[in-house]
Design a protein around this ligand. Structure first.
Ligand code: ZN
Length: 512
């Protein structure tokens, strides 16, 4: 049985400006709201998930029912998110009429197909050029099989972001948009970047071919995900904590060197896939600098020995060293040899262009020897398991320590103007400050609830879990108990709770 979730059908619209320059076309891109749990803060195209009503929407010149329903989805999402109505007969409507139609739809006075019929509008497949289907990699709970459509914005209609999922939007030439990603100014998913890069070459005769020229435009999940230039996120399958099924390995590279963070998978096929990605980078003339570990957990270090062996065998190179915090090295013992210790504050600087200088931060809490890496130039943080893009962070004593963890979160919050966090699991986090704030607020709320449970007379961790963790399933109560113990340890250290000689917890300080 696969734990990976099944992708849901979705559609996205790459909207081209009316009469745009064929050599330097303009598209309408949007920034997703920072408040969104899924891809908050990312730059993207308007779109969303298939609605049951889409199957009931007729589309002219389209024989395939599935394609028709996704065209309906694309047209509906475009209307709902940007107010742009791409339907035959729509030119006769005034701006005010379109606004009232949108209101009918939003207030659910009429369904999408009913609304189109009522106003004598019809969707036509000729207005929606299919330019590929991309599937979200299996590192996220929310996965989509997204159909991308190229659509010309009708004359006399001007898109504007309707507040909700999107924060803002603007016309921009594809070239400029792509360049802003190259300058590390924005975060976007691979299909967005592929579309921008493809359009940047102009609306040539072979445009559609170029869109479809990569296997990922035909539903093959992208393995080498470059949310930010020079940082490859390479999720590998691992026996990790559900709901996550994958751990992110990172390959940080420039013109000359490569650093590998957390070669995580114990599975041979996954190890080979990672080695393949590394080989591509090496074949372009780079050398391997080092393997770096964020922390000791098996779902982060499962592929270290295999990667070392691969480098020795295939490249006859001197095996790259493994570097980690001293406490990580001590815990790994003979299983994984650590050649060099990394201490708090030291920098690892990659030779070559661009210069990448990663500052190590010793950030215990999830694990004693946990390291994060911060690059000041692009304000990028590799956060290991301290902050993750998917799932939750377990603080399990004695390796885990809640007091340390909160201090580590505070330290990350103090980093100046973070632009992205690359976590050990899940997609990149493009709303880093909101996410750190959310982590802190969540832990402090739990702590307050646990303290009040103790003050109300709950004396064991089991009782406290039953009272405080009403939002998690019974199955997860074992883990919740570990977290409660971590909070109790912190409350004891803070002098707010005591553990009596018989093992029960009471509020305040006791003399025994
Ligand atoms: Zn971990």
């Amino acid at each position: 049985m696969s734990l990976e979730s099944t992708p849901k059908d979705a559609a996205a619209v790459i909207l081209l400006r009316h009469h745009t320059d064929q050599n330097d076309p303009e598209v309408f891109w949007v920034r997703r709201s920072e408040k969104l749990a899924f891809l908050g803060g990312f730059y993207a195209f308007p779109g969303g998930q298939l609605d049951p009503s889409d199957a009931a929407t007729p589309v002219e010149n389209c024989v395939d029912t599935q394609t028709a329903s996704l065209i309906s989805c694309a047209a509906r999402e475009l209307f709902e998110e940007l107010g742009v109505l791409v339907a035959r007969g729509g030119d006769a409507l005034t701006k005010g009429q379109r606004a009232s139609l949108l209101d009918d739809l939003e207030q659910e006075r009429m369904s999408w197909p009913t609304l189109l019929k009522h106003y004598d509008l019809c969707l036509d497949s000729n207005d929606f050029t299919s330019v590929g289907r991309w599937v979200t990699p299996p590192f996220s709970a929310r996965r989509f099989d997204t159909w991308f459509f190229l659509v010309n914005c009708p004359a006399k209609q001007e898109p504007h972001v309707i507040p909700g999922e999107l924060e803002r939007g603007a016309w921009i030439t594809a070239r400029r948009a792509y360049e802003s990603w190259q300058r590390s100014e924005i975060i976007a998913v691979p299909p967005t970047l592929h579309a921008l890069k493809t359009l940047a070459t102009g609306l040539t005769g072979d445009l559609i071919e170029r869109f479809l020229s990569v296997p990922h435009a035909h539903r093959e999940p992208v393995r080498r995900i470059e949310f930010r230039p020079n940082y490859i996120c390479f999720p590998v399958r691992t026996p990790t904590k559900p709901p996550a099924t994958h751990t992110n390995c990172y390959l940080i590279y420039n013109s000359r060197e490569i650093l590998v963070v957390d070669p995580a998978s114990p599975d041979e096929d996954e190890q080979q896939a990672l080695a393949g990605c590394l080989d591509e980078l090496l074949a372009e003339g780079r050398i391997m600098r080092e393997i770096v570990l964020t922390h000791l957990h098996p779902d982060h270090v499962g592929g270290v020995n295999a990667l070392r062996q691969h480098l020795e065998e295939t490249h006859r190179a001197r095996a790259p060293g493994v570097a980690a915090h001293e406490l990580t090295a001590a815990a790994l013992g003979d299983d994984i040899r650590v050649d060099r210790f990394i201490t708090d504050g030291e920098t690892i600087e990659l030779e070559g262009e661009p210069r990448i200088s990663l500052r190590a931060l010793h950030t215990p809490g999830h694990a004693r020897g946990h390291l994060c890496f911060y690059e000041a130039r692009t304000r990028t943080l590799i956060s290991g398991d301290n902050i993750v893009g998917f799932g939750s962070v377990l603080i399990d004593p004695p390796e885990g320590n809640m007091r340390d963890y909160l201090a580590s979160l505070e330290r990350m919050r103090a980093l100046p103007n973070l632009s992205v966090i690359f976590g050990g699991h899940g997609p990149a986090i493009a709303n880093p400050n909101a996410r750190i704030q959310e982590y802190l607020a969540h832990r402090l709320e739990r702590e307050a609830n646990i303290l009040s449970a103790v003050r109300d007379g709950m004396t064991t961790s089991k009782e406290i879990v039953a009272r405080v963790y009403t939002d998690v399933s019974r199955k997860a109560h074992g883990m919740a108990e570990r977290a409660v113990l971590a909070h109790l340890e912190k409350l004891i250290a803070d002098g707010l709770v005591s553990r009596c000689s018989d093992g029960v917890y009471v509020a305040g300080r006791t003399s025994d």
